[in-house]
Write a protein that binds this ligand. Structure first.
Ligand code: SF4
Ligand code: SF4
Length: 341
């Protein structure tokens, strides 16, 4: 991908919302996510030059503006031409071409950057296994659906939350024998990982969040860094190399060397780290400040880290292309090695 387009993707990811032209009708249903960087926002996926970005949308003045030139869409930034030939992609559930469900947005843990439990509207309340299977089936009539993914906050015990996800994976696997299924659970035992695999999950994501234990203790004070790392090692044994990933958030006090060492260590046992720039918004700003986190993400750093990530994967014979689910496949919030660069 051209360096210029890569930088534009980064500018979009890190920048403000997209203003829609007055009277513009979205060609597809508007997405309202309950997890990920856009949680709580009305958003749409914009695609250009083989890349895609999910952005908050508004009819109020914004950094970016969608321009409709007789059906040909483009984006301006601060009133100047920015990206030509933009298309709006349909969102299946949360993600383009992917039915990604948050089984429960509530969570007993209080990770300082996380906005899912802060959302007022409990939109995940009625998601039974049957309802999810029906929603996937219905969406297949409208869109290409290449995979399914499940995430969840933790309600009750980790085992209860895992059981709910295991049951849902089984229902999806029964209904759709061949579709790739990715899971992003909170797990604390080998038995839960095995049960998810036996239920039919193909890919696993368990989030280590940061390479640094001192930062982890501040941002995820109720979780345990060592346990998560142990769960990742077990997951690679059960799901296989190149089938397990882990979010590492950057811009919360770590340096490039911290990330390099951690990505290399994860890759050495077959885990492919997802790099995610911290996003600060009205919901998490105060929580971050209260623990002394001053977010720091620049365009140059995001590009530099993505190239570093790719070099590390190459060194260990890993690639993001072994994933058909979750963020590597979606590509809306990060620069993804082997896909964007
Ligand atoms: S475990 Fe932390 S990051 Fe995950 S949903 Fe709960 S609060 Fe958010
Ligand atoms: S990249 Fe991940 S967090 Fe972002 S929209 Fe896609 S699936 Fe959600």
């Amino acid at each position: 991908m051209e360096e210029d387009l890569i930088r534009k993707k980064v500018q979009l990811i890190l920048g403000g919302d997209v203003r829609l032209p007055e009277g513009f009708r979205m060609p597809y249903r508007i997405s309202r996510s309950t997890a990920g960087p856009g949680a709580g926002k009305r958003s749409a996926v914009f695609s250009f030059g083989g890349m895609r970005v999910k952005k908050g949308i508004s009819y109020d003045p914004c950094e970016f503006m969608l321009v409709d030139g007789d059906g040909t869409l483009s984006l301006t930034r601060d009133g100047l031409p920015f990206i030509e030939n933009v298309t709006i992609m349909p969102v299946v559930f949360h993600s383009p071409e992917q039915a990604f469900f948050n089984l429960d947005q509530r969570c007993r843990y209080n990770c300082r950057f996380c906005t899912s439990p802060l959302l007022k509207n409990d939109v995940t309340k009625y998601l039974t296994d049957e309802k999810i299977v029906d929603m996937i089936r219905d969406s297949m009539n409208e869109h290409d659906v290449i995979s399914v993914a499940l995430t969840s906050g933790v309600i009750g015990t980790a085992q209860e939350t895992a059981d709910r996800m295991i049951s849902c994976v089984k229902a999806i696997r029964n209904a759709f024998p061949n579709i790739p299924i990715g899971v992003e659970p909170y797990v604390d035992s080998e038995g839960q990982i095995k049960a998810l695999k036996d239920a039919g999950a193909d890919e696993m994501k368990i989030n280590l969040e940061t390479p640094r234990t001192d930062i982890f203790e501040k941002v995820c004070p109720e979780l345990d860094h060592t346990t998560i790392l142990e769960m990742l090692r077990m997951s690679v044994k059960i799901f296989g190399r190149g089938k397990v990933t882990s979010n590492l958030i950057f811009g919360i006090g770590e340096n490039d060397g911290d990330l390099e060492g951690c990505m290399d260590m994860l890759a050495s046992f077959g885990c492919v780290a997802t790099l995610r720039a911290i996003r600060v918004n009205d919901m998490n700003r105060e929580n971050m400040r209260s623990v002394g986190i001053i977010p720091d993400v620049t365009e140059d750093r995001m590009i530099r880290l993505a190239h570093m990530q790719k070099r590390i994967f190459e060194k260990h014979g890993l690639t993001t292309l072994t994933f058909k689910t979750m963020c590597f496949e979606c590509g809306c919030c990060d620069l993804v090695p082997f896909r964007d660069l």
